[in-house]
Design a protein around this ligand. Sequence first.
Ligand code: UFG
Length: 340
Amino acid sequence: MPATVLVVGGAGFIGSHTCVELLQHGYEVVVVDDLSNSSPHSLERVAKIADTAVPVLYVMDIRDRSALSEVFRAHPIEAVIHFAAKKAVGESVGMPVEYYDNNVGGTTALVSAMREHGVRRLVFSSSCSVYGNAVKVPLTERDPVAPTNPYASSKWLCEQILTDVCRRVPGMNVLNLRYFNPVGAHPSGLLGEDPRGVPVNLMPYMSRVAHGRLARLRVFGDDYPTVDGTGVRDYVHVMDVAEGHRVALQHLDDEAGMRTFNLGTGVGSSVLQLIAAFEDATGRRIPYDVTDRRPGDVAALVADPTAVNRAWNWSTSRDLAAMCRDAWHFQSRNLAGYAD
Ligand code: UFG
């Protein structure tokens, strides 16, 4: 019997790419997603790429505890990957209660259901944003955390909750992955990032500008203490992030309790550097204006990926050019996203 993995938020950007990776490696996949920022069509694309049946999808909010219990009852779930969260930094500043309610409340409901049904293995999606205004980059997992916005705080709270649960519940193993900035798409052009409405993140926004669906990119601030004054991030290909989750599942039982790893490349790129890389990779021009800083943003976040490299003998392998090329390939083949 193949192992069954519950992928919470599996119709979303990172979740859907991870489903492909798991199906291609023989896992059985069950998806829970509220579709608030994702499309069920992504799972049809997942099945097409992996050449399997479309994964079972439960459209529901994980805070609906009885519905969630039903899912655990219906499938022999051996491990859970929890992607589901609201994730826009700027938006979180304006709606903190919704962010805590959704991200923290969703995580406690999920962990309760896992405990109730004896499931003890979890891979959790955290974020580099927990580090806040980093004093220096690259960041190791031992560097202090200092979230600067409700999104980041919600992820940090979840980390603390999971740490406490691991101390309390015998046999509970959690791999807490702090992603840096996942971008790009499946190289087939079938699967990619398709946020609802106007994108808030840089790469999907830029792809739509390249395509002419949005007029100009706004560069949020050029007065940061960085190479060219614009924000520096560690962009990591979503295929590497997906692969990282598959490898994480294999390492869940290496050690008991809660373990935290950065998931990034170790390479930082400024907004202007990403624009230049995108223009090089796609041959498209990106018109932009420099505007004020975005509330809640920080100057630079770059991973030191040494810990994960050593623990799993694994590292990311795709560069910025591939991230831009694949993001653009998806965008140009799917003019209206999955609605096409
Ligand atoms: N930026 C712009 N213009 C835009 C959008 C972003 O200049 O239109 C800048 C931001 O100021 C920042 C950089 O581009 O310097 C990256 O911003 P993103 O919004 O793409 O991503 P964040 O760094 O804010 O990261 C957040 C979360 C991560 C998550 C990521 C992608 O902190 O956990 O979004 O969802 F991975």
